[in-house]
Design a protein around this ligand. Structure first.
Ligand code: SF4
Length: 178
């Protein structure tokens, strides 16, 4: 059987691409779902040229259209991320992806409910991460799906695909309960 192709935030695969050179390896993704899926790993911050290590980022401003800024020095990376994302999403469209698993809470990769900070530093609202938002707008035929524990969110583009299809419903439900 051909494996189902799924995009995934690269740090969840155990790749050391986070700002501090660490990862967020999710063993449910690699060990439980992995045998059934073929992953296409993406790290928006590294791929748009920010490097490792790097300063942390956050969303700032209007929650309807936040900017992507470095936390300490206030450098605005919005255009850089948007330019890269628009090119990369076109490439991903040719990868025949059935879905995408996003690292939650990331200002770049998050699928939803990422903190947006106001001018005085308080939380002004919530929004998708910058890459996550552009990705989902592009693949709008899909359906936002589920949280796996509290660290990830998944978006299934192909509604005929679900973990249940692979007999993984019980394990998946366990993971959902965290
Ligand atoms: S959350 Fe996204 S941008 Fe951050 S390290 Fe993981 S893949 Fe890279």
């Amino acid at each position: 059987m051909d494996k189902i192709r799924i995009g995934v935030s690269k740090c969840l695969l155990g790749e050391p691409v986070r700002y501090d050179g660490q990862h967020k390896h999710n063993h449910f993704i690699t060990d439980t779902l992995g045998p059934y899926l073929e992953y296409v790993g993406v790290c928006p911050e590294v791929e748009c040229g920010m490097g490792v290590p790097r300063e942390t980022l956050r969303l700032v401003g209007d929650p309807a259209a936040p900017r992507l800024m470095t936390t300490r020095t206030g450098i605005d990376h919005t255009e850089r991320m948007q330019t890269w994302a628009s090119r990369r999403i076109k490439e991903l469209d040719r990868e025949n992806l059935h879905g995408y698993i996003f690292k939650s809470a990331s200002p770049s990769s998050g699928m939803e409910r990422v903190k947006v900070y106001g001018p005085k530093g308080g939380i002004a609202g919530r929004a998708p991460g910058m890459f996550g938002k552009l990705f989902m707008e592009h693949f709008e035929a899909g359906k936002p799906a589920v949280a796996i524990r509290t660290t990830t969110h998944a978006f299934w583009r192909d509604k005929t695909f679900s973990p249940t299809y692979f007999g993984l419903s019980v394990r998946f439900a366990d993971a959902l309960r965290g």
